[in-house]
Design a protein around this ligand. Structure first.
Ligand SMILES: Nc1ncnc2c1ncn2[C@@H]1O[C@H](COP(=O)(O)OP(=O)(O)OP(=O)(O)O)[C@@H](O)[C@H]1O
Length: 287
């Protein structure tokens, strides 16, 4: 399912003295199956953009196309329910929205809300809990007896149980420890390998380099750049000028470059840096 933004602008509190522009003439296409990262400094429009992916916000101007569905300022809300199932949103600190007495009931809530029979929804819930890497014995536990990282997995399972075509993740690793962060990013990589379309908002340039197929850069509500992480991270000066960083590997490679090492293109992933250094230092290639 492709996502197409065609000259989308969004104004908060339009028509009032408080009006402020959240998105400014944004156009892009995300192909089904792609892993897309959205980056940009605070207030650049990332959250506003995400909320257009399942029509929590509708464009003030322009058109959003999600699959064969078109959303404009005049689209009626009553046509939007199927979209909310097709585009699963995992908001920041998603665990704060858990509320049921058991994990399985919580995860089954979404599918039931979209009309699935209780037994079937409970089965989908059990499958989704397995998918996010939690053991079966959590199903009957209260979500509030789990660790923070496990609770977040339960919240993600609740979104996956609806079998969305697109999984939208707003800083999903915020507040997790390094191991929890790594495991969660691996979970999304596994889902992507199974064909899941993923849209990730992040401030972590290492994650963009390691996982994303393509990247959209937002600034003051505008899409100021799009392309592959590999191309983007060659342009360190531009990124720093937009208050954005580099992956650790790329930053380190630039320091080596200043001391005489040569890179045809700056490496963005650790294994690429290792290979490039081995070649220059006369060793073999990275296994
Ligand atoms: N509810 C709102 N009412 C008015 N203006 C808003 C509202 N939400 C966001 N804005 C404004 O829209 C612009 C884009 O904000 P948005 O939250 O989309 O940025 P962001 O890139 O997601 O930031 P962050 O990284 O801090 O989450 C900002 O100027 C912001 O002040």
């Amino acid at each position: 399912m492709d996502i197409v933004f065609d000259h989308v602008s969004y104004t908060y509190q339009a028509g009032t003295p408080m009006a402020s522009l959240g998105l400014d003439d944004v156009s892009f296409t995300i192909r089904g199956g792609e892993y897309t990262a959205i980056i940009g400094h605070t207030g650049s429009g990332k959250s506003t953009l995400l909320q257009h992916l399942n029509a929590l916000l509708k464009p003030t101007q322009g058109t959003v196309r999600i699959g064969d569905r078109e959303i404009t300022s005049s689209t009626s809300n009553k046509h939007l329910k199927p979209l909310r199932q097709q585009v699963g949103m995992v908001f920041q600190f998603a665990e704060s929205q858990l509320f049921e007495s058991t994990v399985q009931r919580d995860v089954a809530f979404g599918p039931q809300n979209f009309g699935m029979a209780r037994d079937e929804a409970m089965q989908f819930a059990a499958d989704a809990v397995k998918k996010v890497g939690l053991p079966d014995d959590v199903l009957d536990k209260s979500p509030f007896d789990l660790s923070g990282g496990q609770m977040r997995r339960v919240a993600i399972a609740g979104v996956l149980a609806m079998q969305p075509h697109v999984l939208v993740l707003d800083e999903p690793t915020a507040g997790l420890d390094p191991l929890g962060r790594h495991e969660m990013m691996q979970l999304f990589a596994d889902l992507h390998a199974q064909g899941q379309t993923i849209v990730l908002v992040t401030h972590q340039m290492d994650d963009v380099a390691d996982f994303a197929d393509s990247v959209l850069v937002m600034d003051h509500g505008k899409l100021v750049r799009s392309g592959t992480p590999r191309d983007l991270f060659q342009d360190a000066e531009w990124l720093l000028g937009h208050q954005l960083g580099l992956p650790q590997t790329t930053a380190f490679a630039r320091k080596l470059q200043a001391r005489g090492f040569k890179f045809a293109r700056l490496p963005i992933r650790e294994n690429e840096l290792v290979d490039a250094l081995r070649q220059q230092l006369g060793g073999g290639t990275h296994e």
